[in-house]
Design a protein around this ligand. Sequence first.
Ligand SMILES: [Zn+2]
Length: 160
Amino acid sequence: MQGNAKPSGAGKWLWYVERENELFIDADDPHRKGRRDLVLERLARCTLVKKVVRVAVAPSATPGNWHIAVELRVKLNETMRSAWRLRLGSDIFHEAHNMKRIALGVKYPNLLIRQTPIPGWRKSDAICECPEKHGAHPACEPGRRFRSTDTMNFFRDGSA
Ligand SMILES: [Zn+2]
């Protein structure tokens, strides 16, 4: 889940926007039940593995949580990418937001925002220096470009 205990004031945020030949999987595992390995095992078993060029695994800022980046030799549309992310075990809350964005026609439905580069991966698409983890994005250039007014509050209990 997206916790509130993220470190703040830590400098830069790297924005990785998923491309048509990529899957960015948010493997949230606060109780350390092996979600990262589950995703990697599912990936190794699935038919899509034949199309995989490389995989990178990097810890997110929250202990126990991981980001898994998969490069494919094929392009998949955004709905199919969402289906694969769900199948492989990406975080349900993260993917619910991604599917909402797809339904609303948001241009960049899936991205990762990190404080460190993904080792062995391409450069990030943008960098910002916001002091806090991203909620709303009024003052952030990548936030405006990639997220507009979208926030993570959409599915919160009690929100409309
Ligand atoms: Zn920002």
